[in-house]
Design a protein around this ligand. Structure first.
Ligand SMILES: [Fe+2]
Ligand SMILES: [Fe+2]
Length: 372
């Protein structure tokens, strides 16, 4: 492999490890695999380059040794942004770097580890590039760099695989990872005051259904957490919200991503996603009926209009109504191929117009109070 290809592989595995570290413990395969490769490649390259590998993180570029990589590609932009959030402009990795030290650095950048400032860095130094760019710069550990709050930054990548795997493999799909994401959402909401707002602003960069599912999950968990419910109930509701649009995985992508208005045939196909998703989820043992219910009902409005036509008098379930509110709010706030995103006040105004018809009034009031 040429140096440039190896450097790209290093950046890709660095980005992957950091994303996974935001969600998973170090024993998880999603962390272990890229981290082991990263460690091996870094050691080899540092040795080849005379003892250390230097990486610069600039606003729109990452430079490894002498090679620039454009931040607009391959998750590299996200890596650059994450480093910037940590105040890291430059990292120097020594050839004797150990796997535990590499792991500690990855968890530190992910904002997920026990970043014990007293433990010195031996083979990794990092910090800002100063005026005349000294060859080495002092690193005093975690204390110097502002904490990165992006607890869910790796979640969309994981969720993309989770949704796809559940939709394609059915009962063999990885529901456990979905639960991990809900746990991370609950943790994120406890730790980050403005999580909802931040999630919504993140989403334009990602696959729409994936980012949307995660946002809706965050907003539904936040609503559920304000009700007098047990942790287990909130977790179930969160998983249901996370999977509410799983049926879209079964709708052709050309229709889902079509710019411009849908014709009636296309709309009919998209409108099937609640039924397709619920039918699919029914085959999977999820430990609760809620994902099937929410998936089926999330486009049924409070006044029972919408789709599919409800067959029972006692629907929609409150979890479906909470999901429906978050669903509409997120859709309004997001850029779509057929319209731009709306600002918060406009989106809130539209939700208010549906109070008592489209949306359950008590749940809507609580939601608006939460996001205002
Ligand atoms: Fe939907
Ligand atoms: Fe949705």
């Amino acid at each position: 492999m040429k140096a440039r290809e190896v450097f790209l592989a290093i950046l890709t595995d660095l980005a992957r490890s950091i994303q996974a570290a935001a969600l998973y413990p170090e024993t998880h395969q999603r962390v272990k695999e890229p981290l082991a490769r990263l460690h091996r490649m870094v050691r080899n390259e540092a040795k080849r380059l005379g003892g250390s590998l230097r990486v610069g993180f600039l606003e729109d570029r990452i430079v490894v040794d002498q090679f620039p990589f454009n931040a607009s590609s391959l998750g590299i932009g996200r890596l650059a942004a994450r480093m910037a959030a940590r105040g890291i402009e430059k990292v120097v990795l020594g050839e004797a770097v150990t796997l535990p030290e590499m792991k500690r650095f990855v968890y530190f950048v992910a904002g997920a580890g026990d970043t014990d400032g007293s433990c010195p860095w031996k083979q990794i130094s990092f910090g800002r590039i100063r005026g005349d760019d000294p060859p080495e710069f002092p690193v005093t550990g975690a204390g110097e760099v502002p904490p990165a709050p992006q607890v869910l930054a790796g979640a969309t990548d994981v969720l993309k695989d989770v949704l796809h795997s559940i939709a394609v493999k059915g009962p063999l799909g990885n529901v456990e990872e979905g639960r991990d994401i809900v746990a991370a959402v609950m943790k994120g909401l406890r730790e980050e005051e403005f999580l909802i707002d931040r999630m919504i602003r993140l989403q334009a960069r990602d696959d729409y259904t994936v980012a949307h599912s995660l946002n809706v999950c965050v907003m539904v968990v936040a609503q559920a957490a304000r009700l007098d419910l047990s942790e287990a109930a909130i977790r179930d509701i969160g998983l249901a919200a996370l999977l509410h649009d799983i049926g879209k995985e079964l709708v052709p992508a050309e229709i889902l991503n079509k710019p411009g208005k849908l014709d009636s045939g296309e709309f009919a196909k998209i409108s099937l996603h609640p039924v397709l998703g619920a039918t699919h989820l029914r085959k999977i043992s999820l430990g609760s009926d809620l994902p099937v219910i929410v998936c089926y009902e999330h486009h049924i409005r409070h006044d029972r209009s919408g789709y599919p036509t409800p067959r029972f008098p006692d629907v929609p379930h409150p979890a479906s109504l909470m999901t429906q509110i978050a669903d509409v709010y997120d859709a309004l706030r997001t850029y779509r191929p057929y319209r731009t995103s709306l600002d918060r006040e406009t989106a809130i105004g539209i939700l208010r117009e549906g109070r008592g018809t489209e949306f359950d009034p008590a749940l809507l009031d609580r939601f608006l109070e939460m996001i205002s």
